[in-house]
Ligand binder design. Structure first.
Ligand SMILES: Cc1cc2nc3c(=O)[nH]c(=O)nc-3n(C[C@H](O)[C@H](O)[C@H](O)COP(=O)(O)OP(=O)(O)OC[C@H]3O[C@@H](n4cnc5c(N)ncnc54)[C@H](O)[C@@H]3O)c2cc1C
Length: 464
């Protein structure tokens, strides 16, 4: 135990590595421990490789529509192995980039599995060897893994988790996706675009359950138009595994149907990586597989913090990174450190059409007993959307009728994952309808629909 670190970070995902870099920038002597890949799930098995694969699906889809744009492209073909190879290459590039950034910022990187034998100490084991570090502060950023449904455990053959779906050994022909959160829907969208016959089963009353109900209904309509089968209020009771086939027993409205699939993707949520860290003897509380923290990510045990997926929802990379910066600044004594407000965090799903949202849904806004104003603007009314050939979609805004506060924004359509940040900034600056109306939006852009949606909430939309 030679060096005493100001901060030892456990886990080098977007929470941990960002925290380590910020801590080092602030002059803290920092080490980071990672047992598998720098960049965590996000860069290696989550956000980035899925987006690389979805981009291939998007280009493939556009190639199939080439004639619409006056182009002759022949019959396009999807090469799954090449698509996966590109996705892995993109992940590899970013993984190496994280290593470079940590080195540049003089963060000591240790590969191995960490645990906390006592406050102020981190033990790292690797290949039978173990090393101990003294740490004034410890940050647990160990992330999460796929939740498994009893009886539907992944085997990599018939039943896949996201990891198998990101490096498939074959192209599924009949695919069952269990769970319709962002992860399930993105894989459903990808494999559907490549030609699989896709069925999505969701136990709740609608797909994309955290999204605004109107947007979720539009998404369902769009997916069904693309050929997907969507079963809401339905539950996969069992999966019988046969030779090259999984027979799913699916209950809908009290009736059980038996359906055969060659592949099942289980996307029913995640569980925090809390095991093996020594949390029990430290007295750190874990509830529903997540470490309990206060708004500053403190665990209640002096000098031990937890961030990102292991510390609970929303399970998003940008939430993890932002918490990482906050903790580093808190430890360094930076002025003006603010806790994260979960309602300010936007969520994006990169299916076709894309979905993005922030703030309250219409149902939640109504339930808050406020009077609200709702604005809507469809893609079909926007010049740029028509020029792009992307006329499917809607932008919806919600305002407090009394104060004009922008309560929420919900979008479906091309590139909305890039647009949502405009409203996020607005909400962060506590904007009102008047400021948004007075803002000049460039033409021709999809962003003009954001303006029109605000105008519509007050009966002033121009183009629809
Ligand atoms: C398929 C998929 C797609 C996704 N797409 C998006 C998206 O588009 N946008 C978005 O915001 N989020 C997305 N997510 C979620 C996102 O990946 C996570 O929210 C994010 O990775 C959480 O970051 P983290 O730092 O908390 O944990 P992780 O990224 O999980 O990193 C934790 C790290 O800790 C390491 N570790 C664990 N235990 C130990 C230990 N004892 N010792 C040493 N190291 C340890 C792990 O190996 C891992 O590298 C997606 C997730 C999946 C699965």
């Amino acid at each position: 135990m030679s060096t005493t670190y100001d901060l030892v970070v456990i886990g080098a995902g977007p929470g941990g590595y960002v925290a380590a870099i910020r801590a080092a920038q602030l002059g803290l002597r920092t080490a980071i421990v990672e047992r598998e890949h720098l960049g965590g799930i996000c860069l290696n098995w989550g956000c980035i490789p899925t987006k690389a694969m979805l981009r291939s699906a998007e280009v493939y889809h556009l190639m199939q529509r080439a004639g619409e744009f006056g182009l002759i492209a022949g019959t396009p073909k999807a090469d799954l192995a090449a698509i996966v190879a590109r996705s892995r290459k993109v992940a590899g590039q970013l993984n190496a980039g994280v290593g470079h950034l940590l080195k540049k910022n003089k963060v000591h990187t240790v590969m191995g599995t960490a645990m906390i034998p006592a406050p102020g100490r981190v033990r790292v084991s690797n290949g039978g060897k173990s090393e101990e570090f003294a740490a004034r502060n410890i940050l647990i950023a160990t992330g999460a893994r796929a939740r498994e449904l009893p009886g539907v455990e992944a085997d990599g053959e018939l039943v896949w988790t996201y990891k198998h779906a990101l490096q498939p050994l074959r192209m599924p022909k009949r695919l069952l996706v269990i769970g319709s959160g962002a992860i399930g829907i993105e894989f459903a969208s990808f494999y559907n675009a490549l030609g699989a016959e896709v069925t999505v089963v969701e136990v709740l009353d609608r797909i994309l359950p955290v999204e605004d109900a109107e947007i979720a209904a539009l998404a369902r309509k769009a997916f069904e138009k693309q050929g997907m089968t969507i079963l809401e209020k339905s539950m996969v009771k069992t999966i019988r595994r046969g030779k090259g086939k999984a027979t799913a027993h699916i209950e809908t409205g009290g009736k059980i149907s038996k359906q055969d699939f060659d592949t099942v993707i289980s996307a029913v949520g995640i569980v925090g990586n809390t095991e093996g860290l020594g949390l029990e003897h430290l007295g750190i509380r874990v509830e529903t597989t997540h470490i309990v923290t206060d708004p500053y990510c403190r665990t209640g045990i002096g000098g031990i913090f937890a961030i990102g997926d292991v510390a609970g929802p929303p399970w998003l990379a940008h939430k993890a990174s932002h918490e990482g910066v906050m903790v580093a600044e808190l430890i360094a004594g930076t002025a003006d450190v603010h806790p994260i407000r979960p309602e300010q965090i936007a969520g994006c799903t990169y299916c076709t059409p894309q979905i993005a949202s922030g703030g309250l849904t219409e149902a939640a806004a109504c339930a808050s007993a406020r009077e609200i104003r709702v604005g809507r603007f469809p893609f079909i009314g926007n010049g740029k959307a028509i020029a792009l050939g992307e006329t499917e979609g809607l932008i919806k805004t919600l305002f407090d009728a009394a104060t004009g506060e922008l309560l929420g924004a919900h979008m479906i359509g091309a590139e909305v994952t890039e647009l949502i940040q405009g409203y996020v900034i607005g909400r962060q600056l506590e904007t009102t309808e008047l400021e948004l109306m007075h803002t000049v939006f460039p033409h021709p852009t999809l962003s003009e629909m954001m303006h029109e949606s605000v105008l519509d909430a007050y009966g002033r939309a121009i183009h629809f």
